[in-house]
Design a protein around this ligand. Structure first.
Ligand code: ADP
Ligand code: ZN
Length: 652
């Protein structure tokens, strides 16, 4: 199937000429010699204040402007929007953007309008006068970009009307929604196949962050793309630091992460609604501005929570996976998984919501050996129900595949292999790290190490499970190993076991952590829902007998991470922290006045540059990434005045 797709290899960063510089002078390995690139470079600099392109952006835009169909795969935050927005401003006529969610459309339109672009949307939540205005602009051919949901675009007659009004190209955002193989199939997306069927010469451009080849090929097939340029970017997210830790006191552990990022945005994913409610409350009680979000809450409440998060009124949302797709906030500084996600793809997707602005962000997964069994139970029950409802779609194969995906996730969590490498390789790409590792995961940072006594510890734990007749859970086994005096131990007379107290120097969390790992490695298994008990797998027996080697991980002592991360910055810049915070406040005020989310005004990176370089003039302002002509004219005066005032006050 992929024979007819043209794979274009990834190139490095392409440079755009700075304003006034000729495009030919730019140091770049991408082709900037076409007239389109010239116009493109100047539009991008003027409108977005961007002077350097990220990998594949130029290739995607050039293919777009050459009227070629395109499938562009870039990770979240990779800069896909620019690849349809900038060409739309260069080409004649109207570009339609198809998007699955109103919140996504609204954010984009708000952002474009702030940058001085003629953009609009047609949705069910606008008033009739707003809609009428958009139609008038459309008919007067004043709009460059129009955002619509797929079902509206495919309404009888609508497409013909657009064609009559100068429709030049269609961008399909979140294009994996068209594929059954993706994690977010939406039946309404299927109708988009008619776009090309009815208008073969209409260029259609598809965008997704889903990197699997199956989904990518299916997107091109379902959309009926003709000889598309398929551009697949590197899926690694170098600005994210991944950590996996054994879960013992989840509230305290999550709170530790939240405290490291005080006043910054974060998402905490949980499996159950109950856990969501509990954690959100615990965090709030500890002074973190947090709220719960799950499908059991009313739509109004969910909408208001989402808005409060976007408006920086709330810092942390504890959520089930129902939260995410509409989240465009680019400054999410941490994503916590309070339990194992059900697959590496989901994990990539959910952690991908951190650091979309490219700035350092942290992803922490708290893992327990029992998570695998919780999920397995849920999947089995889910499939049993699905079997009853639509017999032909589910079944043994699908269940097996789900359980296999879960197994891959367990191995991601338990193997002491660079997390970036594991993720990149999962998505079928090669990872070449520096000799000293990625520098952004617990493995490469040396935060976890192999327990020197691994084999002996594992043997002690496994034989204790056997002494307890394989009839007790992890809590009891850990207590026996540590020589605790619990009622359960007295009752079972387990003080007399030969394994009683043989790990008395270890902490509870260490012992629980080792048991979790033995479960994760499938040497120990868990049975029973209400009273889960441990028993040995065949390999567990081999480890106990010393016939199979094992490595257990330990959290390295003395590696206390710094408490709070300051403002995030460009290389070579040192933002004034007080100024950064006061600029954030100013941004919040302006955003409130204009009823848009704060990051639509400026993102954190731009604020950090302002707080570092403290510009005095409009020219200095225009030199800062993220400030184009429109924003300099619109916001320059108040920001320059604020900075000058700050500098003056500091000098007093
Ligand atoms: P995606 O849609 O791929 O998740 P976005 O299009 O939302 O990502 O881009 C993420 C952020 O990166 C936005 O704030 C955008 O303005 C910024 N961005 C895009 N391209 C560039 C670039 N070449 N240089 C700097 N910032 C960029
Ligand atoms: Zn690493």
């Amino acid at each position: 199937m992929s024979d007819f797709l043209t794979e274009i290899p990834t190139t490095g960063n392409a440079s755009l000429p700075a304003p006034g510089e000729s495009p030919g002078d730019a140091a770049s390995d991408a082709d900037l010699s076409t007239p389109a690139s010239d116009a493109l470079a100047s539009v991008i600099a003027r409108t977005w204040g961007i002077h350097q392109l990220r990998p594949l952006q130029l290739e995607a835009m050039n293919a777009n402007l050459a009227d070629r169909d395109v499938v562009l795969v870039l990770p979240t935050g990779g800069g896909k929007s620019l690849c349809y927005q900038a060409p739309a401003l260069v080409r004649d006529g109207l570009t339609i953007v198809v998007s699955p969610l109103i919140s996504l459309m609204k954010d984009q339109v708000d952002g474009l309008v702030q940058n001085g672009v003629a953009a609009g949307m047609l949705t069910s939540v606008q008033s009739s006068s707003e809609l009428r205005h958009v139609y008038e602009e459309l008919e007067a051919r004043r709009l460059k970009l129009l955002f619509v949901a797929p079902e509206r675009l495919m309404m009888p007659g609508f497409l013909d009307k657009l064609v009559a009004n100068g429709l030049a190209a269609v961008a399909v955002d979140e294009a994996h929604c068209i594929s059954h193989w993706g994690h977010n199939f939406r039946p309404e997306y299927r109708q988009l196949g008619e776009l090309k069927a009815k208008n073969p010469s209409l260029p259609v451009h598809a965008f997704t962050a889903t990197a699997t080849a199956t989904v990518r090929d299916d997107i091109a097939l379902q959309l009926g793309l003709i000889d598309p340029a398929v551009l697949v970017g590197p899926c690694d997210r170098p600005n994210l630091t991944y950590r996996v830790q054994s879960r013992h006191d989840v509230t305290r552990q999550v709170l530790d992460v939240a405290k490291r990022h005080e006043g910054q945005a974060g998402i905490v994913y949980c499996i159950s609604r109950k856990e969501v409610e509990r954690l959100a409350k615990d965090l709030a009680d500890a002074g973190v501005k947090s709220l719960p979000y799950h499908a059991g809450l009313s739509p109004d409440l969910r909408r208001s929570t989402q808005e409060r998060f976007l408006n920086e009124d709330v810092d942390v949302v504890c959520a089930t996976v129902a939260f995410g797709m509409g989240i465009d906030r680019t400054d999410v500084r941490f994503v916590v998984h309070a339990a194992l996600p059900k697959g590496v793809e989901q994990y990539g997707q959910e952690t991908g919501r951190a650091g979309r602005d490219g700035l350092p962000s942290e992803c922490v997964l708290f893992y327990s050996g029992t998570d695998y069994y919780s999920w397995k139970g849920l999947l089995e029950r889910g499939h049993a129900e699905a079997d009853n409802n639509f017999g032909e779609t589910a079944g043994e194969d699908a269940l097996e595949a789900s359980i296999a995906r879960l197994g891959r996730m367990v191995s991601f969590a338990t193997r002491p292999i660079c997390r970036h490498r594991q993720l990149v390789e999962y998505f079928g790409q090669e990872y070449d790290a520096a000799a000293d590792g990625c520098g952004a995961c617990d493995v490469c940072l040396g935060e976890i190490r192999v327990e020197p006594e691994s084999q002996v510890i594992a043997q002690k734990i496994l034989s204790c499970v056997v002494r307890c007749e394989q009839r007790y859970g992890a809590h009891h086994v850990a207590s026996v190993l540590r020589g605790a005096a619990t009622a359960g131990i007295r009752q079972a007379r387990h003080e007399s076991l030969s394994t009683y107290g043989i790990l008395k120097d270890a902490t509870v969390s260490q012992v629980r952590g080792w048991i979790d790992q033995l479960v994760g490695l499938d040497h120990l298994r868990v049975q029973g829902d209400r009273y889960p008990t441990l028993y040995l797998s065949p390999t567990g027996v081999e480890v106990m007998r010393g016939e199979l080697d094992i490595e257990l991980l330990a959290v390295a002592a003395g590696k206390k991470r710094k408490k709070r991360t300051g403002p995030v910055f460009e290389e070579g810049e040192t933002p004034d922290e007080a100024l950064f915070e006061s600029l954030r406040e100013l941004r919040r005020e302006i955003a409130r006045e204009r009823a848009v989310p704060p990051y639509v005004i400026f993102n954190d990176r731009t604020l950090a540059s302002l707080a570092s370089r403290k510009p005095n003039t409009e020219a200095e302002l225009l030199d800062i990434r993220g400030i184009g002509e429109k924003k300099a004219a619109d916001l320059g005066e108040v920001f320059l005045a604020h900075i000058a005032e700050h500098v003056r006050a500091a000098a007093d």
